[in-house]
Design a protein around this ligand. Sequence first.
Ligand SMILES: [Zn+2]
Length: 147
Amino acid sequence: MDISRVKETAFISGVIDESSDFSPILLPPWPANIDFSGVQRVNSIGLRTWMLFLTKWGDKPLNYLNCTTSISDQLVMVPALFGIPKKVVKVLSAMISYDCPKCKHAEDLMIKYDNVHPVPSPEALAPKCRICFHEMELVDAGYLSIF
Ligand SMILES: [Zn+2]
């Protein structure tokens, strides 16, 4: 895993695993955002490392941007990834997986916070399949709850 920094955003790339080191973003000036667009996958020890980072991060607000599907999948399953001991994280954009019930086309779409709040838009709930134009379904009904 690599961390780079542009102004208020920390960019994480690679694999979040046992060798991942979040310490560069625990020193001030703290980032306001973590961009996960370069993350390929997260393993179980990486998940623990990420949670340990959040315990040290504390109660400062933090945005997650451009979450890949491997990040979105973890966020659905592990509420602790939103902050420990309290929720401090807001997800601003994440890849969400959809299936078309008619033609079986599967597609991951980038969904933004504003597509879900104050109420989920049709583009987030049931985007049109680009193959057959039927409404697609969320692969996991809980996906939009990460926003
Ligand atoms: Zn379709």
